[in-house]
Design a protein around this ligand. Structure first.
Ligand code: UDP
Length: 245
């Protein structure tokens, strides 16, 4: 069995959510000094990688790329790949908080609006009491402010740096500072802090099960329609994509 499934040139490891959490737990235990970058590979990232060489090289250097979205898993199925389930940034964050509450993992939360960031940390303290939040910062900072944020993260030395700056900004940001961050693992998680803080709602389980989370998101945030046009474009291109051998 292949260990990865190639989607438009991006190798996705054939791993489930449970296996992803186990891998990350091992990374925390091994206490390596090098930052382990988790890319939650959604269709937008895969499409951007076709043109954006800098992003492609960030993805190539990542510790792991997860199948973020039903579209990725469906394309894998059509092309005979072996991805079995989605590992979205949001689901992964919730799983890591659960596990982190048992194992006292530390986190630094970067991104989202100030009120969302503050609320997200309150929710973590309430729902995941074993988690140690070593710091947080909203995501609307200037370039001049970046160095002091990096220094704050460096001092915090979190097990997990959660970056909610939207894709692919989060991925570029993590890569830019990867040698200075002093975190064990960094993950770009899109709008997950908004969900954690209760600002936006996750699609009900049945919609998720039917692979219709994208439709729920479109109906609840119609202003996203332009961004969501990428989904059918991704599906067509990914299904027709010819791998170079
Ligand atoms: N965001 C931010 N700074 C910015 C732009 C966006 O902190 O300059 C946050 C925004 O508040 C939201 C997240 O990044 O919490 C992006 O969410 P979105 O749903 O757009 O991301 P996606 O899941 O599409 O990557």
């Amino acid at each position: 069995m292949n260990q990865t499934t190639n989607i438009m040139g991006i190798p996705f490891p054939n791993i489930t959510m449970d296996q992803t959490v186990t891998i990350l737990s091992d990374v925390v235990d091994q206490r390596q000094s090098e930052l382990f970058h988790v890319i939650t590979g959604n269709p937008e990232i895969v499409m951007s990688c076709q043109k954006d060489q800098a992003l492609r090289s960030v993805v190539d250097q990542a510790g792991i790329v997860t199948a973020d979205g039903a579209g990725i898993v469906m394309v894998s199925r059509f092309r005979g790949g072996q991805l079995t389930e989605r590992v979205t940034g949001c689901d992964l964050l919730f799983r890591l908080l659960e596990e982190g509450s048992r194992k006292n993992w530390s986190f630094y939360m970067l991104g989202a609006e100030e009120s969302v960031s503050k609320r997200a940390v309150e929710v973590i303290a309430h729902n995941y009491p074993g988690v140690v939040v070593r710091g947080r910062h909203h995501g609307f900072f200037t370039t001049d402010e970046e160095q002091s944020i990096v220094e704050e993260i460096q001092e915090a030395q979190p097990d997990f740096l959660i970056v909610a700056l939207g894709a692919p900004n989060a991925e570029h940001w993590i890569n830019k500072y990867r040698h200075q961050l002093n975190a064990r693992i960094a993950i770009g998680v899109g709008g997950s802090l908004d969900i954690l803080a209760g600002k936006t709602k996750r699609a009900p389980a049945i919609w998720q099960k039917l692979n219709l989370e994208w439709l729920y998101r479109l109906l609840s945030e119609p202003s996203r329609w332009r961004r969501q046009l990428i989904l059918p474009r991704f599906a067509v291109r990914a299904l027709l994509f010819r791998e170079h051998r």
